[in-house]
Write a protein that binds this ligand. Structure first.
Ligand SMILES: [Zn+2]
Length: 151
């Protein structure tokens, strides 16, 4: 299988994980899903459950319960946040976990934040692939206008 097909199939799993979030409980924040893949297999999943709770990336890392293996990849339906909100920037969580490849679905829709998460990760030497299943990932959150302050 080509890399892009693999990435799309794992992103599809992240989209399925995102829809487990309840759009009412997560409001005004978006529904987001994340999966961690090691050696071609999904080893952990996480989704954003409620406003003020940990983001999908942190949920997945917590579900894994250990440091990801070398070569682990995280798939996230929305560009990871890079600003310190109530729960800490997800880019920090990804870097602290030592993950060196991040596959992103939709970009952050706010101009203020768009591309920031990707830039922070790339500046730290992480390989980032963006726009995988962009339409499906964006469709998770119709009308969503972006990370608000205090997310
Ligand atoms: Zn986040």
């Amino acid at each position: 299988m080509e890399q892009i097909q693999r990435d799309e199939s794992f992103m599809r799993a992240a989209v399925c994980e995102a829809v487990r979030g309840d759009a009412v409980k997560t409001s005004p924040n978006p529904r987001v899903g994340a999966v961690i893949v090691e050696d071609g297999e999904i080893v952990a999943k996480g989704h954003f459950e409620r406003d003020g709770g940990p983001h999908a990336e942190r949920q997945a890392l917590e579900a894994l319960g250990r440091k990801p293996k070398e070569g682990a990849v995280i798939y996230v339906t929305l560009e990871p946040c890079s600003t310190q909100g109530r729960t800490g920037a997800c880019t920090d969580a990804i870097l602290e976990a030592g993950i060196r490849r991040v596959v992103v679905g939709a970009s952050d829709p706010t101009e203020e934040h768009r591309g920031n998460g990707v830039r922070v990760l790339e500046a730290a030497g992480v390989e980032v692939v963006s726009g995988v299943l962009d339409l499906e990932c964006s469709a998770l959150n119709p009308g969503y206008r972006g990370h608000s302050t205090g997310v």
